[in-house]
Design a protein around this ligand. Structure first.
Ligand code: CFM
Length: 542
């Protein structure tokens, strides 16, 4: 059996799966077997079950991050003017300083937005031995006071890292006390790294906190015929800016994004919108649901990655508002901008069509970016998520059959009721699908390998078997993969690139993938292990 792309499909994927599992201890292989699945799309988009959102086996080198990363780094981090303090040892803040490349605009005259921008700062309580032994609450209060005196923010958010939970510091009590004392919003989050099996738990904790302490304060008012919130867009490499540009061109009024290029005040006013569109389902679906229950704002899934999916998403938004004026704007915009994108595609596609790609990213991009690769005619041999849940793979129709284990029960689900004063039902078009997401798998080829929480060993094995033309993952994988002579595109922070959303983004992406895949450097690379002996060791049982 040769693992060449022309042999792809179910039999080859089956054989590859066996190879991936070979060498694991029986118990580990039995677990991984449920997380490595051959895609098959049956009637009603029924796909096989993927085990997801479960603990990584200790000892396996995973791509995953921690709960604190999902809370601080992902959901709250991109908000420009909520001053963010990390309560914990300094090491937890090492990556807190914009390595995710989430961008923001500092000043927007006339939009009523603040010019405060705390994103270039990294504030930590820098816990020491003494704080671990005697408690860190006093130090945290001092830190909040000091931060307030220096920056005078409108709001402060406090993030707990592992030791905070272990020693029992009460960040919520400190937040309440300091909020009263300073007369501003201060809220804490118990997002200790160990709280969940991955950063996904941190998303949920952040959603709960922002919903409780920020949304509904209504600090700004918004005028506009078609008011909308964009959920799950974090403005990596300027992605959010491109969506903002498109919204502006077609006449949509963006109240707030959760949370790329957002502010405390814009998020506080989210309830003014008449529609929530969700880009990243994994990280923000909780917010969409809670806002629907409390305020009556409907939501649906969109995708602004890819030429066709951007157009499709815009058309669905226009259908929602059901206003001929908006429909005309959207159609005119699509007609105006599509030809230039198609021209770039026509030049590049012949150079990339038929090339193979594998993608292992987060909890939504391994799906979204398939659109762009499909447009380029590239073949997706395998894709998977670090921390998605089954609904992100198989679609929300499986939500009721997801087993809630002790790890997920650990994260609070807020009880939300319709607001007696602010609930206002506003579905403007009954004919559309709401609250739906069909997941990644129904759109993938039969026999494509779907891999949840891929390990480093499996990545190397796949490279050995398939030698794909491109791999998409993150910084932890990048250089090992490239030493194999295979280009790696970082789909988390985009290396130095972006935006990749919308019409401008599609052009950028096509060109970038052409440069990467067709670069001649890959053929001349010799990995160190090809010329010098590998480190080796043996496990000797006593
Ligand atoms: Fe959503 Fe994201 Fe992602 Fe995510 Fe992320 Fe990210 Fe990601 Mo990195 S919120 S799930 S936790 S789209 S940081 S912007 S790229 S893993 S696929």
């Amino acid at each position: 059996m040769t693992f060449l792309p022309e042999n792809s499909g179910a039999p080859i994927a089956e054989a590859a799966k066996k190879e991936l599992l070979r060498g694991y201890p029986t118990k580990v292989a039995r677990k991984r077997e449920k997380q490595i699945v051959l895609n098959r799309v049956g009637e009603g988009d029924l796909v096989p079950e993927v085990q997801a959102n479960t603990r990584t086996v200790p000892g396996i080198i995973t791509q995953r991050g921690c709960t604190y990363a999902g809370c601080k780094g992902v959901v709250v981090g991109p908000t420009r003017d909520i001053l963010q303090i990390v309560h914990g040892p300094i090491g937890c803040s090492f990556y807190a300083w914009l390595t995710r490349r989430n961008q923001t605009r500092v000043a927007e005259e006339g939009l009523g937005l603040t010019t405060d921008n705390f994103m270039p700062y990294c504030l930590s309580t820098d816990m020491q031995d003494e704080d671990i032994v005697f408690g860190g609450e006093k130090k945290l209060k001092l830190a909040v006071q000091e931060a307030f005196d220096l920056f005078h923010p409108k709001a402060i958010a406090i993030f707990s890292t592992c030791p905070v939970g272990l020693i029992g510091d009460d960040v919520h009590a400190v937040s309440r006390e300091m909020s009263e004392k300073l007369g501003i919003t201060v809220f804490g989050m118990s997002c200790e790294g160990y709280k969940g099996v991955s950063q996904s738990a941190g998303h949920h904790i952040a959603n709960n906190a922002v919903f409780t302490h920020v949304v509904g304060k209504n600090l700004l008012s918004f005028e506009g015929k078609w008011k909308i919130n964009l959920l799950g867009e974090y403005n990596i490499g300027g992605d959010g800016f491109e969506v903002e540009r498109i919204f502006e061109e077609v006449g949509l009024t963006l109240v707030t994004t959760f949370s790329g290029n957002s502010t405390f005040e814009s998020m506080s006013s989210a309830a003014y919108a008449d529609l929530n569109v969700v880009q990243c389902h994994r990280s923000i679906n909780y917010m969409a649901e809670m806002m629907e229950t409390k305020f009556g704002i409907p939501w649906f899934k969109v995708n602004f990655v890819g030429l066709r999916s951007t157009a499709k998403s815009l058309r669905k938004i226009a259908e929602y508002y059901n206003d001929p004026e908006l429909t005309a704007n959207v159609e005119a915009f699509i007609a105006r901008e599509t030809p230039a994108v198609e021209q770039v595609l026509a030049e590049i596609k012949p150079k990339l069509a038929g090339k193979t790609v594998m993608m292992y990213v987060g909890g939504s991009r391994a799906h979204h970016y398939q659109e762009l690769f499909n447009e380029l005619g590239m073949k997706i041999l395998s894709a998977g998520y670090e921390f998605a849940h089954r609904d992100d793979y198989e679609g929300r129709k499986v939500l009721n059959s997801i087993v809630i284990d002790a790890d997920s029960r650990n994260i609070e689900t807020l009880k939300v009721e319709p607001s007696p004063t602010e609930f206002q039902p506003r579905v403007k078009n009954e004919a559309l699908d709401y609250q739906d997401y069909t997941g990644m798998m129904p759109e993938m080829d039969e026999g494509a390998l779907v891999i949840d929480d891929i390990s480093h060993h499996e990545t190397e094995k796949l490279i050995e078997l398939f030698h794909p033309d491109l791999l998409c993952a993150g910084i932890k994988e990048k250089y090992v993969v490239q030493k194999h002579g295979i280009p790696l595109k970082q789909l988390h922070n985009y290396d130095i690139g972006g935006p990749y959303t919308g019409f401008e983004g599609a052009k950028n992406f096509y060109a970038e993938i052409d440069r990467l895949v067709n670069g001649s450097v890959w053929k001349v690379i010799k990995a160190p292990w090809q010329t010098s002996p590998q480190l080796s060791g043996a496990f000797v049982a006593k």
